[in-house]
Design a protein around this ligand. Structure first.
Ligand code: ADP
Ligand code: MG
Length: 340
């Protein structure tokens, strides 16, 4: 390579460098083994929880991952944190292949990717004080020096999530659902993560509290330049928090794009059907909406073709035979459909 070409190669940012997270062809199949007869016959059933999905998240933005219960959202989140290992695929963090990391490197990296779960009741140890719960990650990752510094840090974290210092020696049961979720967020932030994965973090809360917690997520994002993968089944939550949205159906991403495009110019029949179920934002300009027939398809040994084919009013013969690729429309908008 010439000197000029070399220096260009060094300075030009690659796509991977611009993205905090790059997920390619990520797949997770659960082997269900089946009943005794099928096991003896050597037949296995495969539950295709996440089936060859690709997406990226730019540094500092929020990707909303939306879809009905059981479509593979939580499995996707767990794969990215390596709580479970994928069947195949690649997960790059800052352009580095997370799946090739040694156990030691993964332990260090784990603090960079934090999860906030739906149920703050289950995720906070009821027998420990807030001081203990919020300082534990500092111990685990060797970020704490002495008791005094730890206490200062915990007080700072409480303040960040809008809770007073008087709470530090209390126990989780003394708090409301919204306060517990604030504490779960404080714990996630304690180790200065880059990526926070919220797995339905407001789904268990009252609507008025949901708005407060969503605003807190946004404030913290701005303050610390955090990157979010925000999982929800509720479209109004997704609309409020996301920069871009990926729509999942039975283990597949069927449409992805900037939040305004997904809500005002959805292309995929499934996205249209999801939007048909929420109150119209602009009644003067209602986008086309579809109603699907039948039940959600099963992820267990799914037939070839588009997973929506059996329910879709627009389906053609090809839809039952060939699984459509996610293809670019314009800008960041991508859709996996043979018809639209
Ligand atoms: N450990 C597991 N073993 C077998 N099946 C699983 C396991 N975890 C999840 N699944 C299945 O994978 C599919 C996707 O689950 P999940 O990712 O939890 O969906 P979501 O979060 O979108 O509701 C579901 O059919 C679920 O039953
Ligand atoms: Mg889930």
């Amino acid at each position: 390579m010439s000197d000029a070409a070399m220096s260009q190669a060094e300075t030009a940012p690659t796509a991977a460098e611009e993205n905090l997270l790059d997920v390619r062809n990520l797949t997770k199949y659960f082997d269900l083994h089946g009943d005794l007869v099928s096991r003896l016959a050597g037949k296995h059933q495969l539950l295709k929880a996440v089936d060859d999905i690709s997406f990226y998240i730019r540094k500092g933005e929020t990707l909303g991952l939306v879809g009905e219960s059981g479509c593979g959202k939580s499995t996707t989140g767990r794969l990215i944190t390596r709580l479970i290992e994928p069947t195949s695929g690649e997960i790059d963090l800052h352009g580095e292949d997370l799946l090739s990391f040694s156990a030691q490197r993964m332990r260090e990296t784990r603090k960079d990717i934090q999860l906030v779960f739906q149920d703050p009741y289950a995720s906070l140890n009821p027998r420990k004080t807030i001081m203990h719960i919020l300082s534990r990650p500092l111990d685990v990752h060797g970020l704490a020096t002495n008791w005094h510094d730890k206490r200062e840090r915990v007080l700072e974290l409480l303040n960040l999530v809008g809770m007073g210092s008087e709470h530090i020696d209390r126990y989780p049961h003394e708090f409301s659902g919204g306060q517990r979720q604030r504490l779960a967020i404080a714990r996630a932030l304690s180790v200065n993560p880059e990526l926070v994965i919220g797995d339905e973090p407001v789904s268990a809360l009252d609507v008025s509290i949901q708005a407060q917690i969503l605003n807190l997520f946004r404030e913290l994002q701005e303050k610390f330049g955090l990157t979010y993968l925000f999982i929800a089944h509720d479209l109004s939550v997704i609309r409020h928090i996301s920069d871009r949205v990926a729509v999942m159906y039975v283990g597949k991403i069927v449409e992805e794009g900037p939040v305004d495009v997904i809500f005002s110019e959805p292309l995929h029949p499934y996205t249209n059907a999801l939007l048909a179920a929420v109150p119209e934002a602009d009644p003067k300009k209602p986008p086309p909406r579809l109603t699907l027939s039948g039940e959600v398809a099963t992820p267990i040994d799914p037939p070839p073709g588009c997973r929506l084919a059996g329910r879709c009013p627009l389906a053609k013969p090809v839809c039952a035979e060939v699984d459509p690729d996610l293809r670019g429309i314009d800008g960041d908008h991508r859709v996996a459909c043979h018809v639209v």
